[in-house]
Design a protein around this ligand. Structure first.
Ligand code: SAM
Length: 241
C-alpha cells in the first residue's frame, strides 16, 4: 500500500514519550507524523463534522477551538468561517501550531495561539468554545473545562467530540459499556497519552445545560471491524451566570 503513512503509524505504535514538559512530549509525538496527520485522523476521529454542524454559529460569532492541532476543523467549517468575527485556534504543540498557521494564513479572522488549555484567557467573552479530540489529551482536563467556561458568554455553547468510556453504571439514558470494553479502550489509547474517562460526560452535564448528545462507535484505520466509542456533546452556559 503506497499511501501508508508509515511515520505516523510508527510514532503511534511507539507511543507518546514522557521525557519532558507536556508541550515537549506532544512535539516529539506529533512532529514526525505531521505530514500524514490529517489524512490518518480523518479515518480515526469521527463525529467532527457533526459537532461543527450542531454548533450553528450566528453572524459575527466569536469562536475558540481548544487543542486545535493542525487546524483540520477549518475544512469542516467551510464557508461558515466567513460568519465568524474571530476564531482562535489554541494549542500547545509547536509542530501542530506551525501547520495551523500555514493553513490559516489567508483567513484574517483566525488567530493561532500557543497556550496551554488550562491557561487560555480572553478579555471579551465568546459565543462558542469547542474541543475536538483534545480533552482526553489534556492532563488537567477538569481545569481546562473550567477555563473554557470562563471564556464563554452566558448562553454560549460548549462543544466536545472525543473518545470515552461509560460509567460503571451509566445513567439510563446513556450507553452502558461492559467491563472489558472499558478496560480495553482505556488501555489501548493510554499508550499515546489519550486518557479515556467516564467522568467527562457527567462533568459536562454539571457545567452546562445539555442541548444535544450522541454516543456512538467509529472504526479504526485498517481495522474496520474494531470500533472505538466516542461521543458528541453540545451544552449551553446558563444565562444566569
Ligand atoms: C488528537 S489532536 C486533535 C486536533 C484537532 N482538534 C483535530 O480535531 O484534528 C489533540 C490536540 O490537543 C493538543 N493538546 C494536548 N494537550 C493540550 C493542552 N494542555 N493545551 C492545549 N492543547 C493541547 C495537542 O497538541 C493536539 O494538537
Amino acid at each position: 500500500m503506497p499511501d501508508l503513512p508509515i511515520k505516523s503509524i510508527w510514532r503511534i505504535l511507539k507511543g507518546m514519550p514522557n521525557v519532558g514538559s507536556h508541550a515537549q512530549n506532544l512535539d516529539i509525538f506529533y512532529r514526525p507524523q505531521i505530514a500524514g496527520y490529517d489524512a490518518l485522523r480523518k479515518r480515526l476521529l469521527h463525529g467532527r463534522k457533526t459537532l461543527v454542524d450542531w454548533l450553528e454559529p450566528s453572524e459575527g460569532a466569536r469562536v475558540v477551538e481548544i487543542g486545535a492541532g493542525t487546524g483540520a476543523m477549518i475544512e469542516f467549517w467551510g464557508n461558515r468561517i466567513n460568519r465568524f468575527s474571530k476564531f482562535y485556534l489554541v494549542d500547545l504543540c509547536p509542530a501542530m501550531l506551525e501547520m495551523a498557521r500555514s493553513r490559516s494564513r489567508h483567513i484574517p479572522q483566525i488567530e493561532v495561539v500557543e497556550c496551554d488549555a488550562t491557561q487560555f484567557q480572553l478579555i471579551e467573552p465568546v459565543d462558542i468554545v469547542y474541543f475536538s479530540y483534545s480533552l482526553t489529551m489534556i492532563p488537567d482536563w477538569e481545569k481546562a473545562l473550567n477555563q473554557a467556561m470562563t471564556l464563554l458568554k452566558p448562553g454560549g455553547k460548549l462543544g466536545i467530540v472525543d473518545f470515552y468510556i461509560s460509567e460503571k453504571k451509566a445513567a439510563s439514558n446513556h450507553i452502558q459499556h461492559g467491563a472489558f470494553t472499558r478496560w480495553f479502550w482505556s488501555h489501548w489509547f493510554s499508550h499515546d497519552q489519550v486518557h479515556l474517562s467516564a467522568d467527562h460526560l457527567p462533568k459536562l452535564h454539571i457545567l452546562t445545560q445539555p442541548l444535544k448528545i450522541t454516543e456512538s462507535w467509529g472504526p479504526l484505520p485498517w481495522l474496520p471491524l474494531i470500533h472505538a466509542p466516542f461521543y458528541i456533546y453540545m451544552g449551553q452556559k446558563s444565562d444566569a451566570v
